[in-house]
Design a protein around this ligand. Structure first.
Ligand SMILES: C[S@@+](CC[C@H](N)C(=O)[O-])C[C@H]1O[C@@H](n2cnc3c(N)ncnc32)[C@H](O)[C@@H]1O
Length: 206
């Protein structure tokens, strides 16, 4: 991603929730496709998505490498009277294990294509059969827009990049969309995103 944890700590070192406290709309509209159970929320920032998922009855683990992010997730969880497991670690060095999660949710987590290929391979292994990977990221067309996302084309995607990173996944949705984001002050206005819902096939389908 464009910043290290110190930069994210700086961004999150304010009382306000810079991406808001409401969940991402794509996640909210599609959550039903994730089987009830364990969900991993990667690069969860201040926890708006992880905490909301826990309120829907999922057992949530949120990961982020910013300590300020983790503290804000824990505060938001407390305020909502739910419990959530938080891990402060660099996703690129983390062992996600195998067949552990019913869902992995990745909202606006931007890495170079080589890195997402490695990460998504690990996510796929960490999903249980029938588990779902759900993602929203900024598309390459977002580069000139001032409504959020990295200002580096190598951290933005086409649908093909995401398809290539899940060679054995069952693609239930993969498309580029123009959306109007209202997620705090940073994601605000017309944006171009890639949205994906990819399921790990049941063993018998492999
Ligand atoms: C654009 S924010 C999105 C936050 C959250 N998903 C949301 O939608 O509100 C990207 C997040 O990724 C986290 N992040 C970036 N690189 C990471 C890494 N290598 N390991 C763990 N977290 C990372 C940052 O700390 C930041 O919270």
């Amino acid at each position: 991603m464009k910043y290290g944890p110190d930069k994210w700590d700086e961004r999150y070192g304010v009382d306000e929730y810079v991406y808001g406290r409401e969940p991402n709309l794509f996640l909210k509209q599609n959550v039903k496709v994730i089987p009830k159970g364990n969900v991993l929320c990667v690069a969860d920032g201040e926890g708006r998505n992880g905490v909301w998922l826990a309120k829907q009855g999922y057992s949530v683990t949120s990961i982020d490498f910013s300590q300020n992010a983790i503290e804000k997730i824990n505060r938001l969880a407390q305020r909502n009277e739910i419990s959530i497991k938080t891990i402060c670690v660099d996703l690129l060095n983390y062992d996600f294990g195998e067949n552990r999660y019913d869902g992995i949710v990745s909202i606006f987590a931007h890495f170079k294509v080589e890195e997402i290929n490695k990460l998504h391979y690990k996510y796929f292994n960490a999903l249980k059969p029938n588990g779902v990977f759900m993602m929203e990221v900024f598309a390459k067309e977002q580069l000139p827009l001032k409504t959020g996302g990295p200002k580096n084309i190598s951290l933005l995607y086409d649908t093909q990049d995401i398809q290539n990173s899940f060679p054995s996944g069952k693609i239930e949705l993969l498309k580029k969309d123009i959306v109007y984001l209202h997620e705090g002050n940073i994601h605000d206005g017309k944006a171009v995103v890639v949205r994906a819902i990819i399921r790990k096939p049941l063993d018998k389908e492999n």
